[in-house]
Design a protein around this ligand. Structure first.
Ligand code: CUA
Length: 316
């Protein structure tokens, strides 16, 4: 089961925004109903065609003045009230530093680089498009952009926050229930904006720690001769110029880190589930699958393509 709905909050930040949403909806609904009642009352009092036009009476003028004054005062009060309430709610939601877990998320056209930074370099690792967090723990996100403005939005657990080139924005997220929460870029960022999804996986702390240990390990060695051939092709062709696979000579930084790509649920930022077949389809010609993305087609023979996709699928 995968969630993506702002109306089904699964963490404290999302719950705050959800409350804010319904207060706005109800206040607006009441105002709308009152305006409609006033409008209908006014229409009912309208004279018939052919009635003589009477000059305005001083009493009627005074009443109209009071009505307009009350309406203006009510408008100012309601808008001020909603503004203050909205500010207070979003203030609570805004990031607090010093959370135990800090993750750097950098937006690229059109994928997410996810860095679990640790003061000890050997405990840092980089992954892509999939963020694992322990349940019930606030997680601090440092949001950056490599090219254009993107926006991080995982509706079930937090509000939107922009990723802006040359600037660092912050967001705290927290999930109270284990689950898989889909998120997506919420700021138009080019041709494949709609295909810039991400997945937040909230797990019990012990499971999260196991996942983290797996990510910290270098890529697994090829288990079959075909995978070994795939690794050789990967390191020898242009693949390694853009992608890193820890534990091999591939150390490119332009594209996603593929050290454990086979263990991620999706490839190409949520576009396709990770299987050997989808990996092969992607590598055969990335421009057919996701036109406009930065990965060129690397000419491979059918055997090389099969071997490379087997190798990558095996990088669990
Ligand atoms: Cu990134 Cu839209």
């Amino acid at each position: 089961m995968q969630w993506q709905s702002a109306l089904d909050p699964q963490g404290p930040q999302a719950a705050h925004l959800h409350g804010l949403f319904w207060v706005f909806v109800w206040v607006s609904a009441v105002v709308w109903v009152l305006v409609m009642v006033a409008l209908l009352a006014g229409l009912r009092r309208r004279g018939r065609a052919g009635d003589p036009v009477l000059p305005p009476s001083p009493r009627g003028e005074r009443r109209a003045g009071i009505a307009v004054g009350v309406a203006v005062a009510a408008t100012v009060l309601i808008i001020t009230g909603l503004t203050v309430f909205s500010y207070a709610r979003t203030h609570v939601v805004s990031a607090a530093s010093g959370e135990p877990i800090s993750i750097r998320v950098r937006g690229y056209q059109w994928w997410w680089e996810v860095t679990y930074a640790d003061p000890v370099p050997s405990r840092s690792f980089i992954t892509a498009n999939e963020i694992h967090i322990p349940v019930g723990t606030p997680v601090h996100l440092d949001l950056l952009a490599a090219d254009v403005i993107h926006s991080f939005w995982v509706p079930n657990i937090a509000g939107k926050q922009d990723l802006i080139p040359g600037r660092s924005n912050e967001l705290t997220i927290q999930a109270d229930k284990p689950g898989r929460y889909r998120g997506q870029c919420a700021e138009f960022c080019g041709l494949q904006h709609a295909h810039m999804a991400l997945l937040v996986v909230a797990e019990p702390p012990a499971e999260f720690e196991r996942w983290r240990q797996r990510q910290l390990a270098p890529s697994p060695a090829p288990a079959t001769p075909e995978q070994a051939a795939g690794r050789q092709t990967f390191e020898g062709k242009a693949c390694a110029a853009c992608h890193a696979v820890r534990g091999t000579s591939a150390a490119g930084t332009l594209g996603p880190d593929l050290t454990h790509v086979g263990g991620r649920e999706y490839i190409a930022a949520g576009l396709m589930p990770t299987t050997r077949g989808t990996l092969a389809a992607w590598i055969a010609d990335p421009q057919v699958v996701k036109p406009g993305n930065n990965m060129p087609m690397v000419p491979l023979s059918p055997d090389e393509l099969r071997a490379v996709s087997a190798y990558l699928a095996g990088l669990q």
